[in-house]
Design a protein around this ligand. Structure first.
Ligand SMILES: [Fe+2]
Length: 475
């Protein structure tokens, strides 16, 4: 108990610091000042990925009118002359450094499975041209990347994660960010670092982002906890969710998969946002015309950090996930890695009765691990990224350490009207080291608890039969 009190105190201190941090304009120089040329450029979707693309960027307030230009991509450079002009919506965002303009354009009416060239600017000062390809209109194989919390040291230590992930899956169709992209919701410098880390990758591969508690470490003019204004200014996302949760609770359909973003911070904070998301989730899953469904949300159904739990999420959302056969639930918040679920584990070909739950972490902020009953693969003190491949018959999931070592793998395979779960985790020693910051806090009783948890976890997972691909004969 003493341990939790110490940790709670540390968290509360951090929150108070965060609130205080934004009370005054910064006296520090702006490391990422807005200019006349576009920066923080990011591709997303507001509607159908097969027929649309959205793009958002930032400039100084001297740029009052933004514009995107789009053309069919062509090997010859003369496509530039044929580009269509699309005027942007512009909004002003105030940060600790002053004002900036955020411009956004949602382009509809595109052809499926077609590569376009796009650039943004103001008719005088332009970004580079970049290519993107619209989704196919029907179910077809593709892959995507999923990141847990980035949150801290975004330039220094998260950048390596997004870059290694994209080099591992350069043709990924999109990147999912499962909340806590930054630490202090309204600290512009952190959003500057987040965009620095992703750089032009964000203007190449569309993002699907869901907010976490740290996007809510802010109070609005009514002194109400609120989603940072950086969110809606900086991302152009769907508005097909419940009223009041536009661009944070929404779904996107991509080549046979319905991807649902739930706003768990609003769910936990506000009763009306909990009720509305439950009703909305039932509807979008019941009406899902696609064979697969993936949910991303910040707070996990099962926690992977010691001493944490989200019972109201588990009690209300888990039965809906099971009722509608959600395949994957991709989460964050706990700064550790855990994979498991309500699938009868330990059997090579077990009937999949519910989603596989994953908690992951992409940035360097690390917690101690729960090694709870639900977990069948675990890591702590390890930055990871995940690559998910989808086709008509299977979802293949792979987690990699930031040093590109395959750390976890499984498949959900469709066999008739059943889904089979196949555990393909590689045979390696799991990384469950207690992070140094927790070693400093641990007392003898904490070490005793940890060792007991670890022994129980090892005994449980030793019983699993994992599928290993036969080694290829070397000639
Ligand atoms: Fe969080």
């Amino acid at each position: 108990m003493e341990m939790y009190t110490r940790r709670l105190f540390a968290c509360l201190s951090l929150l108070m610091f965060s609130a205080a941090l934004f009370a005054q304009p910064s006296t520090q120089p702006d490391r990422f000042p807005p200019g006349l040329y576009p920066d923080r450029i990011i591709l997303t979707w507001k509607s159908n990925p097969a027929t649309s693309i959205a793009v958002t960027w930032r400039t100084s307030t001297e740029v009052t009118k933004g514009q995107a230009q789009i053309a069919l991509a062509d090997p010859g450079p003369d496509f530039v002359e044929k580009a269509a002009k699309k005027p942007a919506q512009t909004e002003t965002l105030k940060s600790e450094y002053g004002l900036a303009h955020y411009h956004s354009v949602n382009i509809e009416g595109l052809s499926p499975n077609t590569t376009y060239a796009i650039r943004v600017g103001d008719s005088l000062r332009w970004s580079e041209w970049t290519h993107f390809t619209t989704a196919k209109a029907e179910l077809a194989p593709f892959s995507f990347i999923y990141f847990g919390d980035a949150q801290t040291e975004l330039k220094s230590l998260w950048s390596r994660c997004i870059r290694e992930a994209v080099l591992q899956a350069p043709k990924a169709s999109f990147m999912i960010h499962a909340g806590d992209l930054i630490n202090n919701a309204r600290r512009d410098e952190e959003w500057g670092e987040w965009h620095y880390a992703g750089g032009w990758l964000n203007f190449k591969i569309p993002s699907i982002a869901t907010p976490g508690n740290h996007e809510y470490s802010y109070r609005d003019a009514q002194n109400k906890v609120a989603l940072t204004p950086h969110w809606r200014a900086g991302f152009t996302l769907p508005e097909n969710g419940p009223k009041g949760l536009e661009e944070s609770c929404y779904y996107v359909d991509y080549q046979g998969v319905r991807i649902v973003s739930l706003n768990t911070q609003a769910y936990l904070f506000f009763d009306q946002d909990s009720v509305s998301q439950i009703q909305w989730l039932e509807k979008v899953l019941a009406e899902n015309p696609h064979p697969w469904s993936v949910v991303t949300m910040h707070h996990p159904v099962y926690s992977s950090k010691e001493g944490r739990d989200n019972p109201t999420i588990r009690e209300k959302l888990k039965p809906i996930f099971e009722k509608y056969g959600v395949d994957l639930v991709l989460q964050g918040h706990d700064h550790t890695y855990g994979r498991g679920g309500n699938i009868p584990e330990g059997k090579l070909y077990a009937d999949a009765k519910g989603p596989v739950y994953v908690v992951s972490v992409s940035g360097p902020k690390m917690y101690d691990i729960s090694l709870g009953d639900w977990m069948y693969r675990a890591a702590s003190n390890t930055q990871l990224y995940q690559i998910v491949q989808v086709d008509a018959q299977r979802i293949r999931y792979e987690a990699y350490t930031v040093t590109n070592q395959l750390y976890d793998a499984f498949e959900i395979r469709r066999q008739g009207d059943k889904k089979r779960f196949v555990d393909e985790a590689p045979n390696l020693e799991e990384r469950v080291e207690v992070p140094q910051v927790f070693k400093n806090l641990y007392h003898d009783s904490d070490w005793k608890e940890f060792k007991a948890r670890y022994a129980a976890y090892k005994a449980k997972t030793a019983a699993i039969v994992r599928y290993r691909k036969p080694a290829k004969n070397k000639k």
